[in-house]
Write a protein that binds this ligand. Structure first.
Ligand code: PSU
Ligand code: MN
Length: 302
């Protein structure tokens, strides 16, 4: 028993009954999306899970306690308060012992999901190898987490602000299967197709669940990345996105932003340059990922 772990009764009940449960992250609430869309989207994601017949467990740290399943007021707090820590694996011991409030990244959320016994997690896009990483060494802890934590993560690929070819290479090195959902191309978050090919593809949630089960039978510690492209109607064409991303990267280098502030800065710039369209796309792809995650969780709970 972990003293700081606070599993919501709604979540533990569903887990005990073998009902489908999915984890959701909170960095997107505190650092990834602007107000008030952040809180609205987090609540919409929980509602979408409920509609799909699953229980959503949004993960976050409140006053040093690692919550798996938050109350709406706690989601609002993470979305409105300033000074919310951004917690990956590295940060969890710090925020727990200091009694801090923190949002969990993909890395921190996967870790919490595993502790709680949740196998499936829906996010927007994972972190990865940043552009310019050959000099900055900026590689998200999400990749290492996928290599060591057996959770199935549904995402719309990696954030388009990243160096996608290098991110895919790193995942291959780490032994993390990237499985396209009804696609043979790695999605680029805002766009359905990055132009990069994937070796593995699944046509049904059952096939994704089957891959995950095979990993467990083999005794592998890796997670699985299900790459679910943004719905066509919400997509922003790749060429248009690319010019925003290049501009955002230039602004980043000009302003000398480093460390954990890099991703929020880039996402904010892309939002500004795309006149808000990136936000609509971000919400649409997240809800699309929630629905697929629920379907996979249902397969695994059978
Ligand atoms: N993708 C988004 N918005 C986000 C993130 C990803 O569209 O806010 C968050 C996720 O929580 C991810 C984190 O785990 O950014 C990665 O941050 P970093 O690059 O600092 O590892
Ligand atoms: Mn980083």
């Amino acid at each position: 028993m972990i003293a700081e772990l606070e599993i919501h009764p709604r979540v533990s009940r569903a887990l005990a009954r073998g009902e489908p449960v999915i984890a959701l992250e909170s960095t997107i609430i505190a650092h990834g999306l602007p107000r008030p869309t952040n809180v609205e989207t987090a609540l919409a994601a929980e509602a979408a899970a409920k509609e799909a017949g699953a229980v959503a467990a949004t993960v976050g740290v409140i006053a040093g306690r690692l919550h798996v399943g938050l109350e709406p007021e706690q989601i609002e707090h993470l979305g409105a308060a300033s000074g919310i820590w951004k917690a990956s694996r590295r940060d969890l011991p710090w925020v727990l012992t200091r009694g801090l409030d923190a949002a969990t990244t993909v890395s921190g959320t996967m870790l919490a999901a595993r502790l709680a016994g949740i196998a499936v997690f829906a996010t927007g896009g994972i972190g990865g190898v940043h552009r310019g990483a050959s000099t900055t060494f900026d590689v998200s802890a999400d990749l290492q987490e996928l290599a060591r934590t057996p959770v199935l993560v549904v995402s719309a690929g990696a954030k388009a602000i990243l160096d996608l070819p290098k991110t895919l290479e790193a995942l291959e090195t780490l032994g993390v299967p990237v499985v396209g959902y009804r696609t043979s191309r790695f999605p680029a978050f805002y766009s359905a197709d990055s132009g990069l090919s994937l070796a593995m593809r699944a046509e049904t949630p059952g096939e994704l669940a089957g891959m995950f089960r095979a990993q467990r039978r083999l005794g592998l510690e890796q997670g699985l990345l299900a790459a679910n492209p943004i719905p066509r109607e919400a997509e922003i064409p790749r060429a248009e996105m690319e010019s925003h991303l290049t501009r955002a990267q230039e602004a980043l280098e000009r302003e000398g932003i480093e460390g954990q502030g890099v991703s929020p800065f880039l996402l904010g710039k892309v939002l500004e340059y795309s006149a808000g369209r990136s936000l609509e796309a971000n919400v649409a792809l997240l809800l699309n990922n929630v629905r697929l995650a629920c379907a996979v969780a249902a397969e695994l709970s059978d």
